[in-house]
Ligand binder design. Structure first.
Ligand code: NCD
Ligand code: ZN
Length: 418
């Protein structure tokens, strides 16, 4: 009888942030030993030879469109894109048809996921007009990730009304994640680009001020012990508000780390997204905040829409870009380019989101944790092509851009999935 199901031999791993070489043994879906040389036999040996063995990425912000909008994506295709790209846990957002606003709609998604999901998946429930009691009944469900709050209108019309938010935060001891563009600022700026706005004015119609006001509203609510998280930071000024509020966590999306409003012109509506892609000084500030840890996590805000939907006129075309295929390769490219340390990249992709979500069983290569991991060759690259993508929407804002290579192999609970 072999002692282990799987042993990764001579893997490069991060141990307390330090670059180390070790054998990593897996048994029963868990990491059971990490040593310079693991003695004993295994059913499968993987010779790592200089490649990194990294904890599976945890993407705490994806829109898998299932049910109701499955021509854009569904749980099967979205989680396939995840695992191909090294993502082993995703958290789905509630703006589906029907929206996730109750125990019944949460369980319907979880049931579907049990049949078709390729990776672990949790679901956010939206705070709506009058569903605090409904959300309370979701607490304790294994698939419940937390509460999503929309402070500004975006795809799906799930705006949270004033007053409800304060009551919900008092009543529900859970993670709250915020789409933090403030609706009153958005309404004030509606007409700013004249009668025929196009995509070049998207970041003026939804200015940084909306994100700053949103962040201020959240900061004003924060008290010790609360779990408040700001989604997709997009502006340098937003960072300043958050710096002054200990205890708030936040995430940044790859598209805000990579693109500026100048890229939005040739891209047409493809880079139309909420919050918008802003200017170079914002991108630079977001990159350095990720590098120094002020921004804890990378999350995609994977928001697939079809090319046909995106080629409609600016005012009609939906906002959102896909990101699951490219999250890990784009973040590790920042490491290859010297913008980010390997330790910060792994923390932002895996450890920090797992901690924010309260998932203590993942996010690190460590004994006792789930064997969710991927193998990555640090000298590999990938120039993104349509044909390589697993997302159903079939396109990526990173097409023809050179990123770090995709994983050589991906394992969930010790089972090879890609
Ligand atoms: C998201 C979508 O399409 O669901 N779009 C987007 O631009 N990010 C909705 C959202 O999260 O705002
Ligand atoms: Zn989103």
């Amino acid at each position: 009888m072999p002692n282990f199901d799987l042993v990764f031999r001579e893997a490069r791993i991060l141990e307390n942030g330090a670059d180390t070489t070790a054998d990593v043994a897996v048994q029963g879906g868990r990491i059971v030993a990490i040593r310079p040389c693991v003695a004993g036999t295994s059913r499968i040996d993987v010779a790592c030879a200089g490649r990194w063995l990294l904890p599976g990425a945890v993407d705490m912000h994806v829109h898998l469109r299932d049910p109701g909008l499955t021509h854009k994506e569904d749980i099967a295709s979205g989680t396939k894109a995840a695992v191909m790209g090294g993502v082993t846990t995703v958290c789905d957002m509630p703006n589906t048809l029907p929206p996730t606003i109750s125990l019944a709609t949460l369980r319907a998604k979880a049931d579907r996921a049990r049949e078709v999901a390729q990776c672990d998946i949790r679901f956010f429930v939206a705070l709506g007009k009058d569903n605090i009691g409904d959300i309370a009944t979701c607490i304790g469900e294994p698939s419940f990730a937390g509460v999503k709050v929309f402070l500004g209108a975006t795809t799906g019309e799930l705006l949270t009304e004033t007053g409800i938010l304060e009551r919900a935060i008092d009543a529900l001891p859970v993670l709250f994640v915020f789409h933090a563009e403030d609706e009153s600022v958005l309404l004030r700026n509606r007409g700013i680009a004249g009668p025929t706005p196009d995509v070049t004015s998207h970041h003026k119609i939804r200015p940084a001020q909306a994100a700053v006001e949103g962040a201020r509203r959240i900061a004003a609510l924060a008290r010790p012990g609360m779990r408040l998280h700001v989604c997709h930071l997009s502006a340098a000024d937003e960072l300043r508000v958050l710096e002054e509020t200990p205890g708030l966590t936040c995430e940044v999306a790859p598209h805000h780390l990579w693109f500026t409003a100048d890229d939005a012109v040739p891209a047409g509506n493809l880079l139309k997204v909420n919050p918008p892609i802003r200017v170079e000084s914002d991108r630079t500030a977001l990159r350095s905040a990720l590098a120094d840890g002020a921004i804890a996590a990378v999350a995609t805000d994977h928001a697939p829409h079809t090319l046909a939907e995106k080629s409609q006129p600016y005012l009609i075309a939906p906002s959102g870009v896909p990101g699951l295929d490219t999250m890990v390769p784009s973040t590790l490219m920042l490491v290859q380019q010297g913008c980010l340390s390997m330790a910060r990249a792994v923390d932002a992709l895996s450890t920090a989101p797992a901690r924010i979500l309260g998932l203590a069983d993942r996010g690190l290569i460590a004994e006792g944790l789930r064997a969710d991991m991927y193998l990555w060759n640090p000298s590999s690259t990938w120039t993104v092509k349509k044909k390589d993508l697993a997302t159903r929407c079939g396109w990526s804002p990173f097409e023809n851009i050179k990123l770090a290579g995709r994983p050589d192999g991906v394992w969930i609970l010790g089972r090879r999935v890609a």
